[in-house]
Write a protein that binds this ligand. Structure first.
Ligand code: MLT
Length: 392
């Protein structure tokens, strides 16, 4: 018997677990510290009323013989898949029902999708980036080539046409930097992926934060994308579903490799390894796409946007270089006084008692940078910014 030794190449713990442990150790030793959390991108506002009503109604249905639901379809109930289809259609993107798969969030689908691909594939992953892409490929022992995202290229790396690739990860609006690819830039990525015969894995979990109508919110706004891309989306940040767990993955029927439609492989994978998202959660998710649900979500997103604005203004006043926060809930700042990412983490935790995420946790190019999230309450964000001004 042999274990999967690729696990031994991973960092000892996942970035956000490591941060949680360090914060727990600190608060145990300093129970009086009033710590403000701006680390993991977890929402703080409750679900909007339309979603809560749908959840309660579906919960009640489960308590009656006539309306009880057992196992559901593994790819999701049609009522939710149709709502997602319509959400794309309203943005001018036409998809088929078969293209939509409901899952329990982008993180799971982004990790599990790798079941479909050969271990020998070469993977392109931006650095810095959401650590799930790197860790899940490392678990399978795949060759990873990093795309340098730097201050010079606005943290938006572009393809090197001499670099061969099989799988390409892009996240826009980006986690952690908040940078957003333009239409021209995504067109170039799509051309490159098609030329390479590569598959582009596009993480659109933060699309709802895009305010600038010129910026794309879906890879399928780009011509040619259906032949090379899949899109991963989540209701976690859009609708406050971090604790509810629901998202959707889009795999167009046109996307085939070696004559095999990847949609068919994913369906086969999901029907074998996944029993679907619970009925009440899918009903709640469908309510997100109703006019009342959309209005409720927009109201919450506006609170986070105002927080982001305040953080950005504070950093500007303090002369601290940063990006993001406009079309994204994340702000990406340079650590002051030449501190490393983890030094600044300790400085903020021990001084003003603020928790953020060290940029180096997202990759080597993140060293010297730091991520703050706008997902706190307006009160705690105001308090954190007042403390930050005093401490640096
Ligand atoms: C983050 O903080 O990067 C995200 O909340 C993590 C996630 O969505 O899994």
């Amino acid at each position: 018997m042999r274990i999967n030794e690729h696990y031994l190449t991973l960092e000892e713990s996942y970035l956000f677990s490591e941060i949680a442990h360090r914060v727990a150790r600190y608060t145990e030793a300093h129970p009086e510290a009033d710590v403000i959390r701006m680390g993991i991108g977890d929402v703080t506002l409750p679900l909007c009323p339309a979603v809560v009503n749908a959840l309660e109604a579906a919960g009640a249905e489960q308590g009656k013989k006539e309306t009880f639901h057992g196992y559901g379809p593994e790819q999701g109930y049609d009522f939710l898949r149709k709502a997602v289809l319509e959400y794309y259609r309203e943005r001018g993107i036409s998809l088929e029902l078969a293209d939509i798969f409901i899952g329990d969030g982008a993180k799971s689908d982004l990790g599990n999708i790798l079941d479909l691909f050969h271990e020998d594939n070469t993977v392109l992953i931006p650095d810095p980036v959401y650590p799930v892409y790197r860790d899940t490929n490392q678990m399978a022992g795949r060759r990873i080539q990093y795309l340098n995202a730097t201050r010079e290229n606005g943290f938006l790396p572009m393809p090197d046409w001499n670099q061969p690739a099989d799988l390409i990860y892009l996240c826009s609006p980006n986690n952690p930097t908040g940078a957003v690819y333009t239409r021209d830039q995504l067109e170039e990525w799509v051309r490159y992926a098609n030329q390479q015969g590569a598959v582009l894995l596009f993480d659109a979990a933060y699309e709802a934060f895009v305010q600038d109508p010129a910026l794309p919110r879906s890879i399928f706004e780009i011509d040619g994308a259906k032949a090379c891309a899949m899109e991963f989306c989540s209701l976690s940040k859009t609708a406050g579903f971090t604790g509810m767990r629901c998202g959707y993955t889009v795999i167009p029927g046109e996307l085939q490799r070696g004559g095999v439609p990847l949609q068919a492989l994913w369906l086969r994978r999901q029907t074998t390894k996944f029993n679907g998202v619970s009925y009440p959660v899918q009903r709640a998710a469908a309510a997100v796409f109703t006019p009342e649900g959309m209005a409720g979500c927009r109201k919450n997103l506006e609170v986070y946007r105002q927080n982001a604005l305040l953080i950005s203004q504070t950093l500007t006043d303090m002369g601290l270089w940063h990006v993001g926060g406009v079309n994204s809930p994340y702000l990406w700042m340079e650590c002051p006084n030449g501190m490393s990412s983890w030094e600044f983490f300790d400085h903020l935790l021990q001084g003003p008692h603020i928790v953020g995420t060290p940029g180096s946790g997202f990759g080597k190019n993140g060293e010297g940078f730091f991520r703050l999230t706008a997902f706190g309450s307006p009160e705690s964000t105001r308090e954190a910014m007042a403390r930050l001004r005093e401490s640096c």
